[in-house]
Design a binder for this molecule. Structure first.
Ligand code: AHG
Ligand code: MN
Ligand code: MN
Length: 340
């Protein structure tokens, strides 16, 4: 499609390819884009509008919420609930699924989101983002149940994120490649700036929180140790490390210049009764779809991420994603360790 075309025009044109398309999907993406523009505006103004700092609440996962976590969640609800494009919404910041108000017009999509990813970076003016995953609601369902949301990532009809960095960039897949749209603040439109994004295969960059090293499992320890050996080691090249602590920003870097991102399970995470840190439905699945659509790979270490059968909304998983050959190498180290 023509570089510079608006996101709205892009989705209208995509929908033309589908027989019987009603325009609901275009409307839904427009709703999400509106929420993202409003969040972007607040992130951009920061202290000027009093949105930085902690809220006086914790989310369902016992994490201290930031004011902007709460506000972003409210903005997603507001943008989506009255337009007749969705049947329900689930978010990292809400205990249970959100039911539309009585009388609100319903649509045939379900949205899952992480309204503000990388909250620990808000107060220090480092990139944060919004992640979204879109599923089809079951036919004829007026009031979806949690079970309707619990679908593996392969069922996603679209996924994306909006990165609030030096530029605000919305990255989208509808299942046939990945496109990027940059927000032109002068007239408030997302404009197509990159199409057919591919994860570069050649990479020498890894992202992991090294401070947890003493808790890692053997396959992760082995992979990182080999990277750190550099030219002298088995990999025969030097590696660089990045850790932004905003998954959105890490995935954006990988889509742009390759690399691998890992938030594995480790002994400390397991001791707290969890299977990982990142959430399957709001973080891992949408990012896995984007990365696969760009030619990369995403795994838990033992299983393709998109094939994980979810059993709860706030389920956590180990996440390894990025350039295909690196991800496959880490997965093979897991397989070898399991076979021992
Ligand atoms: P969230 O702000 O939505 O809770 O997610 C933060 C996530 C992810 O974006 C990032 O990669 C990771 O947490 C950072 O965790 P550490 O602070 O343990 O490095
Ligand atoms: Mn997050
Ligand atoms: Mn979040």
């Amino acid at each position: 499609m023509r570089i510079g075309t608006t996101l709205t025009n892009y989705t209208i044109n995509k929908q033309k390819g589908f027989q019987g398309a009603s325009g609901t999907f275009t409307g839904l993406l427009n709703d999400i884009a509106v929420a993202c523009k409003r969040i972007s505006d607040l992130v951009n103004k920061g202290d000027l509008v009093g949105v930085l700092g902690a809220a006086e609440s914790e989310n369902v996962q016992g994490e201290q919420q930031k004011k902007l976590d709460v506000i972003s969640n409210d903005l997603m609800i507001e943008a989506l609930q009255h337009n007749g494009h969705i049947a329900g919404l689930a978010s990292e910041e809400m205990d249970t699924i959100y039911h539309l108000p009585e009388g609100a017009q319903r649509g045939n999509y379900l949205v899952l989101c992480d309204p503000l990813d990388g909250s620990s970076n808000i107060d220090v003016n480092v990139s944060v983002g919004t992640i979204f995953s879109i599923l089809k609601a079951p036919e004829g369902v007026e009031k979806p149940t949690e079970a309707d949301f619990l679908k593996p990532g392969t069922e996603q009809v679209a996924a994306g994120y909006c990165l609030y960095g030096p530029a605000t960039i919305l990255v989208l897949t509808t299942g046939d490649g990945v496109s990027m749209f940059t927000l032109n603040r002068d007239f408030g439109e997302f404009l197509l700036t990159r199409e057919d994004v591919r994860v570069p295969e050649e990479t020498a960059e890894f992202a992991i929180n090294m401070s947890y090293r003493r808790h890692w499992d053997a396959p992760i320890e082995r992979y990182i140790a080999e990277c750190l050996e550099g030219e002298q080691g088995v990999r025969g090249k030097n590696f660089n490390m990045r850790w932004i602590a905003s998954m959105v920003a890490e995935v954006h870097r990988i889509l742009t210049r390759g690399g691998i991102f890992m938030y594995p399970a480790d002994a400390k995470i397991r001791a707290s009764g969890k299977a990982g840190k990142l959430r399957l439905m709001y973080e891992a699945n949408p990012m896995a779809m984007l990365i696969e659509q760009a030619g990369g790979a995403a795994t838990t270490g033992r299983q393709r991420m998109l094939e994980v059968e979810p059993d709860e909304l706030h389920q956590r998983v180990p996440v390894i994603l990025g350039s295909r050959s690196e991800v496959e190498r880490v997965a093979s180290y897991h397989d070898e360790a399991a076979a021992d």
